[in-house]
Design a protein around this ligand. Sequence first.
Ligand code: GLY
Length: 366
Amino acid sequence: MPETTVVKVGLGARAYDIHVGVGAIDRAGALIAPLAGRGRVVAVSDRNVWPLHGERLTAALRAAGLGCESIVLPAGESTKSFEGLAGLLDRLLDLGVERRDLILAFGGGVIGDLAGFAAAILKRGVDYAQIPTTLLAQVDSSVGGKTAIDVRQGKNLVGAFHQPRLVIADVGLLHSLPERERRAGYAEIVKYGLIDDTPFFAQLEREHGALETLDLGRIAGWVTHSCRAKARVVEADEREQGMRELLNLGHTFGHALEAALGYDEALRHGEAVALGMAMAFRLSERLGLCRAEDRARVEAHLAAVGLPTRRAQINGLKSDAAALYALMRQDKKTRDGRPRFVLARGIGKAFPGADAPESDVLAVLS
Ligand code: GLY
């Protein structure tokens, strides 16, 4: 059996482990068996992931004596909708899922958020585990219990905190992930360096070539480091009353950009976060908080891996600054109608809850 590195998320009665490693999926049965009360798992996946990896997952579960049914949904952000949720709940109920069963989210962020939310509300709460198959989901969305769907007014506006019982991050699965998706996920790894970990950012500046060569050893190291960072934040502020907001570095800008494009393929979430982080550093510099050298270093690193740092790089983005600002006001973090930002006093020195004059925000968005 493959070795995995275990990261603990210490949340008392809701504590769980994150297993990171190449081939970790082959341990799914052994890891999940103690969590599936009557030996039954329902995997929720999508039409990209299931044909590639479904058989391997099923074999791992069966080897541990677990029964596995699957629900395979269309791939893409539009599945994370009221309609998608209703359809999934309907199928889970038709399968007779009980509280003692385990729902298994097997896919990227869309599947994790949707299946997690369905688990949170089905029969007032069913356990679930995450097997994230994208880099973005492995370092961010599968950890910490945020679940949600998108609605007309914005992304992730309807959801619940519902912690998984287990996360298995198999970096070997990244082989089948398109290069663009790997790059997009990398943006969330950079985020941890920018928030409070300058040495990690410097490590990424040295090692980023491993993303292109798919050096799984190095990537597993980044995933483990990122999950540890996220676990620390979630342990301190599970329900985002304060410091968890730090994890939204780049997201106020990023979500507005995504909404402007209608969550289109033109801009992946991680790309929006990369551009959003560049904008957050530009706003920080404009407000006299951060040195130009730090802002330039952030932009240079993102650009070095092929991530966008300028709005002109986004095809089809027609909204002007005022329209993007209006979208920002829909953000969950908005207070009294004013968007709030995570800004930075330098690399590794981010702080949450910042207000900024509208004129400066508009200048950065232009
Ligand atoms: N993705 C941000 C968070 O989990 O809080």
